[in-house]
Write a protein of this length. Sequence first.
Length: 203
Amino acid sequence: MKKVCIISKFIFTLLCFLTVGHVFAQPAPPPTSILDQAAIAQIKEWLKNPVVEMSISAQNKRYQTLPQEEVDKLDKQWRAERKSDDQPLIAATLSSPLSSYLTQIQAASGGLFTEIFIMDAKGLNVGQSSITSDFWQGDEGKFQKTFPNGAAAVFIDEPEFHEGSSTWRTQVNLTVTGADQKPIGAVTVEYNLTELARRRGML
């Protein structure tokens, strides 16, 4: 019994050491304040491309009277398709001109943007650079803290550590407006904060 207790204590101590070591190995996140007006202006600049407004407006018109239960069905279908080989809804969204445009922007960023997606007036995805976990974002802060709050709304989420790349990431969320400056949707741009800090000479 004494031998078992000693082994158990050793395992417990080893697990504590590994856990603490992992925590200390994780670097502190760069301040989100580096996502300044210049960074926001960059996003707004490429949102001026006509394909953005055209795509959002077309989907707003298509889903204008769509009841919430149908929105929920689309979201459920999307999540089911993520686990299936048959992906009509995902394929249709990813093959759209807007998705192609966002994919090009992400690729040209050289690792600065890790994900970009644009939502319509209901919070449904219109275009995206990669497959998101959900099709409907209307119940999340990225939509609720932007589109309903007007044209100037900006919401920067808390940074999260990405284990795979050992980098800090955060989502910058803005209301998207049309040519008349009225809200038509929202955009989420996931920044690689670590890469941005490096480019700013902070690392």
